[in-house]
Ligand binder design. Structure first.
Ligand SMILES: [Mg+2]
Length: 371
């Protein structure tokens, strides 16, 4: 790998692939390979088929730290090679995943006669990705927009963060919240006309893992203390090790420390997202399953007249995009400025575009109610 760009040679890739990298059939890792985002007109040259198959990294023995490092780099590129203009690849990608703003009329036409249900990821979708994950605040304008949206359509926030944490950012009681990648789901506390029956905690997929997760969290805090910038977050059903603020030369050490903790816990698995390592139970649960669960809770399990729209920016959102594709209902919108392999149908570049799209949906609904 050069210092100037993320260029993974075939040789290096071959070495990396000697490390066991399993791709599960049912987890978040089933989605198409995610290409790291080029930035500001730049692009990456990556041996992606070999390396970037949305990696699930086993922790049961073997010297696999190099694989983790590669996965961390693949998910979190830091160096780019500049090119002056839009590449052919970018143009072709936009053609296949057009802007949901540009396609708004077509989207509305497709939803005619159906109940739109909104699913929104939080980080990178409603709030910008920031250095300190504790400060990933959403703007007041975005909050107002989501509040209006929830008056028009059943609306759920689906996040990797723990439910309480994401609620502390969003602070809207009228929404559904699916925290910890959907492992912890709660209905609206008040003020939603879409509220069904008793809306306490609806589902907790992995309650028996809670003490183990807590134990691992404490160990990871201790083990990563010596690595400047590393931040461990307890998301209740999963633990996140953020390395947004860790120097790249320290990533290896961080991976080693994480591995030294995880080798004692074969029931937990490690995955890698945007500048974050995530540790969670090996149960088959993901944002896609959360989406299906929520549709069922809302009474749309076997409905043909439902139109779910899921907006997200990360690999973990791909499970939800894929579910919608498989069901042939609604569609996914990927928030990304750059080409990525995705099961989403449309794209939006950044959270401000997400807000514009949501505002348009609210205006459309209000218009249609006025007749
Ligand atoms: Mg996200």
């Amino acid at each position: 790998m050069t210092k100037q760009n993320v260029l993974v040679s075939e040789a290096q890739s071959a070495i990396n692939m000697a490390i066991t990298v399993a791709v599960s059939n049912s987890s978040i890792f089933t989605t198409a390979a995610q290409k790291p985002p080029p930035a500001h007109g730049g692009y990456f040259s990556i041996s992606r088929n070999k390396l970037l198959k949305n990696l699930e990294i086993n922790n049961n023995g073997g010297t696999r730290t190099n694989g983790w490092i590669d996965s961390m780099r693949a998910s979190s590129p830091t160096h780019i090679k500049s090119t002056p203009s839009l590449t052919d690849e970018q143009s072709s990608w936009i053609l296949h995943h057009p802007s949901a703003l540009d396609m708004f009329e077509q989207i509305i036409a497709a939803s005619k006669g159906k109940q739109i249900v909104m699913f929104l990821d939080y980080d990178g979708t409603l709030s910008p990705i920031v250095e300190d994950p504790d400060r990933a605040f959403m703007s007041d304008a975005m909050r107002k927009t989501v509040k209006k949206l929830a008056r028009c359509f059943p609306t759920a926030i689906v996040s990797g963060r723990c439910r309480d944490k994401v609620y502390s950012f969003v602070r809207l009681a009228e929404l559904y919240y699916a925290g910890s990648h959907g492992m912890d789901i709660k209905g609206p506390a008040k003020g939603s006309k879409y509220k069904k029956g008793n809306q306490g905690v609806l589902f907790q997929a992995a309650s028996e893992f809670l003490p183990m997760i807590d134990e691992v969290y404490k160990q990871l805090v201790e083990k990563t203390m010596s690595i400047p910038g590393a931040k461990v977050e307890n998301n209740k059903f999963c633990v996140s090790v953020h390395y947004r603020c860790v120097e790249e030369k320290k990533w290896n050490e961080l991976a080693l420390q994480v591995r030294s903790v995880l080798k004692e816990y074969p029931k937990l698995r490690l995955s890698s997202g945007r500048k974050v390592l995530e540790i969670r139970p090996t149960i088959k649960w993901d944002k896609g399953k959360a989406l299906e669960f929520l549709l069922e809770s809302l009474g749309f399990a076997n409905c043909t007249d439902v139109f779910p729209v899921y907006i997200g920016d990360d690999k973990t959102d791909e499970d939800a995009f894929k579910i919608l594709r498989d069901r042939g209902q609604g569609f996914g919108i990927l928030v990304s400025k750059f080409p990525k392999d995705t099961s989403a149908s449309y794209s939006l570049q950044e959270p401000t575009e997400v807000m514009n799209f949501l505002q348009k949906l609210v205006e459309y609904k209000r218009r249609s109610l006025r007749g």
